[in-house]
Design a protein around this ligand. Sequence first.
Ligand code: MTE
Length: 675
Amino acid sequence: MSDAVAGKNNIFLGSADQKIFADDEVTCVGHIIGGIVAEDMHIARRAVKRIDVDYEELEAILTIEDSIEKGSFYHDRDIDFEGGDISAGFAASDDIIEGETRLGEQEHFYMEPHSYLAIPDVGEYTMELHAAGHDLCSLKYAIANALGSDYSKINCKTTRLGGSFGGKDSYAILFGTICAVAANTVKKPVRLVLERDEDMKISGKRMGCLAKYKAGFTKQGDIKAVDLHVYFHGGHTEEHQFFTMLWAYYSFGNVYNICNLRYAGRLCRTNMPSNTAFRGYGQPESVFIMESLLTQIAAKCNIGQTKIREIQFQKEGDLTIHGDQVKNSCINQCWRDCLLRSDFYNRQEEVLKFNRMHKWLKKGLAVVPVAYGFGPPFKKGGQGFAYVQVQMDGSVLISSGGVEMGQGLHTKLIQIASYELDVPTDYIYMSDTSTNVSPFFAATIQSVSTEVSGKAVKIACEKIREQMEPYVSANPNGTWKDRVRQVYDDGEIILATGHSAIAPEKDSNMPFRYYSYGTACSEVELDCLTGEHRLLRTDIVMDCGRSLNPAIDIGQIEGAFVQGYGYFMREEIMWSDKGELINSGPGMYRLPRVQDIPREFNVEILKNSDNPCNIYSSKGIGEPPLSLAVSAFFALKEAIRSARRDIGIEEDFSLDAPAVPRRVLQACGNQLLKK
Ligand code: MTE
């Protein structure tokens, strides 16, 4: 099918060249070999069923364990870091723990599956693509490459996405290019819409990972050395996984001082669909690994869960293991506020009382602090664009490089323009995000788009304000509309572009320019007979800097928390022994449900936080709160610990995520089976 590709059968995805259609070897179930174009979807689906492909079955690597055993890694992506003095750290330790922990994959489960409409030969364009993707410029370049066309002859646009969570970043480039190749072949408009099960089978997920750790610490619980190997499940090709792995590595340590660290990251090459970007970008994985390690040390030293964390907290001015200085940290405020608001210590007593009185129901309470670093990783990733036009009637039309996917970006951009131009928000409209207005703008990722596009909007509005200045002086009592009319009467037009570029600091080893902080406290009730649990209450204190829009930010915190809850507690991807996805729909895939939202859910934005790095002192919010859901996981672990104590099991135990009932029952010491 690669014959249908007029240009080159490859696209540049994230960090590596990949084929659009497999040509000689199919390397996973779901690897695309071609497409069928038909007059309607039903004919196309019937045609697909009539195709017989003879595959010669080759030996396959399907799991992280297989890949470790066979040494199948993307070795050019190895991360090998050693900071401090690891041997001295272990020598200074009173005790050492060793263990491993695992996190499963997670399906993005956006509301609208991948959808595209390619229209060939629209005016001067070779191809116009209506795309559900958030890296439209890379999509444009990929299509141009596949069609053998100039960039100027391709236009990719989108109004908004029905959710993405990272899943429509690189995979949109693949599906969008295939749709454009089809339309170019038949010279007619082609629509490509995946059904849910196809979408789940073909497109990648959040990477699963396996961490093997060894940590040395003093009797007081002070960590002296960590030796960590993390294996990330890459898949059959490499696209975004390396950056996710890199972000996980940068994020390891969370808010804690780790002076001596050896970190080995490996990206596993397997015969499974390539995994991809997902909200949090490696940080939730690192938070989970670090907290697993800490709770194990706390159990070993018999230290309470707040104390074990407070001992390791970074202090202002400390140098992190990567050589970054801790600046403007507000973790202490978030931590203290959360302990206070959740009434942590009193409730801990109540939980103890409850657990003494109940045999088969156990409660657990946990509090977890989180830091999230904001990129972008490189200069190109931080470029924003905005095109602001003031129409003759005074209404304002903005086109930006940022893609709206439900995170509230457009609302925030309208607020920024309203403030800068001093016009009401209902005069301002957002138009499509479209590649024909700018040769380049960065993908909407890593929660920096409000900053990137917002700064571009601000720059454009400042230019317009300057242009309007003489009209304000000439007519100080006039309205915005009067002045705009006057400008047009004078034979001028009002429009401006803005380009913003944010980049990592030059003299830093780290790509992070600033951090946001948060703390969550969760309480769960475990049914020891079924392994099921209820999330009774969650209290969150989250640092948003000076929030641009508290309603949106609280919505993002709540949404991210529930998505994180699914990741750590419920969602489990199941594969057959041939590498085919088994639970490819909502019927079998355990998504978070309405009843999984904490019965009492208190979200508080931290007061008096500032951020000189970002627009109007705000902070990005789309991703950071996801990892706060780890508090529910460790609350459940506390409940299991209590159940184990009742049957005389005192030693610590490991629990992999997601904490599905099967794993929970096993961890409880299988009381039910014994019964
Ligand atoms: N919120 C909704 N409703 N839908 C989404 O797809 N994506 C998340 C987050 N919040 C998402 C969302 C992801 S993965 C990112 S990177 C950020 O939004 C992007 O937001 P930004 O505009 O602040 O960069």
